[in-house]
Design a protein around this ligand. Structure first.
Ligand SMILES: Nc1ncnc2c1ncn2[C@@H]1O[C@H](COP(=O)(O)OP(=O)(O)OP(=O)(O)O)[C@@H](O)[C@H]1O
Ligand SMILES: [Mg+2]
Length: 505
């Protein structure tokens, strides 16, 4: 009997222009939670797609309990007890939750699919997580976080020996993350081997036993997860020391660039924004903290003119303006990097160059003349700045790794040189090296006089980067904290403080 549940040995995979994996080794024990760590584009998703039968490697062997297996497609992966939650959600939007969970293995009677049983069983699985999701609802009607939870329920509902999770917590809230970790620990205790991919280092220390690091498609090493080796892991990952992580020169200016009064999303069933007022000074980074669902993104959408029926007053450099849509907002020098970049900002079939320059066309298109050289150099600047990993500007964006797609979108907005830049979860899905890069770019922008509104659920980033932080709870601003007084405790206190009519209750 082999010491390992799973061994992947000498795995190589090439895409046009990219050696995604070269002779990678990976070993998983039964009952362990094993993190796979690496920068955006390092090859993590590719490795698990090889395991899942989605890609055929050019070379390499896979053994399960010491026996060589041939994984040729998704079904043979499943037959070998492998279950994968992919980074990109792959649910079928117009089918119900129950149909998605049982896709390809529906319970049947003599007369065909047993819909009643399927719905009941699916509901039982969902209820174990206390998710409040109906098995009969259609996937399109769920939030992204709920869809992600359905993927998770689906993956763990079947008897699997090897469970792979590719960034499962990128858009679910803390409470659901806690439930997920609990389930992972239970599965591991029953002997399931779990491969866990995440860019959140703190999660690694919370649930993982060992970690394997990849860099540029190469196997770098496998380590125990022990307190104190964080810096070692980071330098294995990025191939250099990250000396300064957060860079921030605090803002001195008192000049108010943007003032919002009583932003409100109007009368609606699920009201998220209640009379939100705040101001932003020139060169400031203003953080917006709060729990998932506190209404931060929704408040910014009211400001940006994309919420029908919203009310409130907006002043830019002291002058009252009317913002009826995103074009108006951009005309006043406001730009927004949305939270759900995949859905709201990517042109999937277009290449990196198109996706990098779509907001600054006027810089290189004059009437009917297109300055292709300038277009290419704007794109290159953005690739260099963000350290985006792409074989060329012509690469179709959906062929980039998940994190590199994010970098392209962020780079696109940085190229617009706005007065006020709204960044919604700017470092989600982005590796540590690129995070440091983004912080530095943000700091440089503020030194040039750009003001930044940063919505973030990562408290360390909020605390280290913001001049001031507004905290929201249930659609209202519950407080504002200057950077000298910022702490995790103060933010969490305000984030859970319910107010009615401006009074704490
Ligand atoms: N279908 C594809 N066609 C062409 N190139 C691809 C394809 N899939 C991945 N690549 C390339 O292979 C490399 C590895 O990508 P992979 O998705 O495995 O990275 P990753 O480690 O999962 O990164 P991230 O943290 O951003 O998700 C990248 O350079 C990527 O651009
Ligand atoms: Mg990936």
């Amino acid at each position: 009997m082999s010491e390992y549940l799973l061994e992947m040995q000498g795995i190589s995979k090439v895409f046009p222009g990219v050696q995604a994996l070269s002779k990678v080794d990976f070993q998983l024990r039964a009952g362990e939670i094993h993190a796979l760590l690496g920068e955006n584009g390092a090859g993590k998703s590719t490795l698990i797609k090889v395991l899942g039968g989605i890609y055929r490697p050019e070379e390499g062997e896979i053994r399960i309990n010491g026996q060589q297996v041939s994984i040729t497609d998704v079904n043979s992966a499943r037959a070998n007890g492998i279950s994968i939650i992919h980074q990109e959600l792959v649910l079928v939007p117009h089918m119900t939750v129950a149909e998605n969970i049982f896709l390809g293995q529906e319970p049947t009677t003599r007369f065909g699919v047993n819909h009643g049983k399927m719905a009941r069983d699916a509901q039982r699985m969902l209820d174990r997580f206390e998710l409040g999701i109906e098995a009969e609802s259609r996937v399109v009607d769920l939030s992204i976080a709920q869809q992600q939870m359905v993927e998770i329920v689906k993956a763990i509902s079947f008897n699997c020996r090897i469970l792979v999770m590719d960034e499962p917590t990128s858009s679910i809230s803390d409470r659901e993350v806690a439930a997920l970790f609990e389930i992972m620990r239970n599965l591991a205790a029953r002997g399931v081997g779990i491969i866990y991919i995440s860019h959140k280092m703190s999660e690694l220390y919370e649930v993982c036993d060992r970690v394997t690091v990849l860099r540029d498609g190469l196997f770098i090493g496998t380590r125990e997860v022990v307190p104190g080796n964080r810096d070692e892991l980071i330098s294995m990952m990025v191939g250099r020391e990250l000396s300064k992580y957060y860079v921030r020169d605090y803002c001195e200016s008192q000049e108010v660039v943007l003032r919002c009064e009583k932003l409100d999303d109007g009368n609606r069933k699920h009201k998220r924004v209640h009379e939100v007022s705040f101001e932003v000074r020139r060169g400031e980074i203003v953080g917006f903290a709060g729990l998932v669902g506190a209404g931060r993104s929704e408040a910014m959408q009211c400001l940006f003119g994309i919420t029908p029926g919203s009310t409130g007053d907006v002043y830019i450099e002291g002058k009252k303006v009317r913002i009826r849509n995103a074009v108006d907002a951009m005309g006043y020098g406001i730009a927004m990097v949305p939270e759900n970049r995949k859905l709201q900002a990517l042109y999937h079939v277009q290449n990196v160059r198109f996706n990098s320059t779509i907001e600054v066309l006027e810089k290189f298109i004059n009437k009917l003349r297109v300055d292709h050289q300038l277009e290419a150099s704007i794109t290159q600047e953005s690739i260099d700045k963000m350290r985006t990993k792409t074989p060329s500007q012509e690469q179709v964006i959906s062929n980039l790794s998940g994190g590199n797609q994010q970098k392209v979108v962020i780079g696109r907005w940085l190229a617009t040189t706005p007065k006020v830049l709204i960044m919604d979860e700017p470092t989600r899905g982005v590796d540590v090296g690129a995070k440091a890069e983004i912080y530095e770019i943000m700091n440089n922008l503020t030194k040039q006089g750009v003001s930044i509104i940063m919505i973030s659920s990562e408290l360390p980033e909020i605390i280290n980067m913001s001049d001031r932080v507004y905290v929201m709870c249930e659609g209202r601003i519950t407080g504002c904290i200057p950077h000298q007084e910022l702490s995790q405790e103060r933010i969490m206190h305000l984030a859970t403080l319910e107010m009615t009519g401006g009074q704490a209750v």
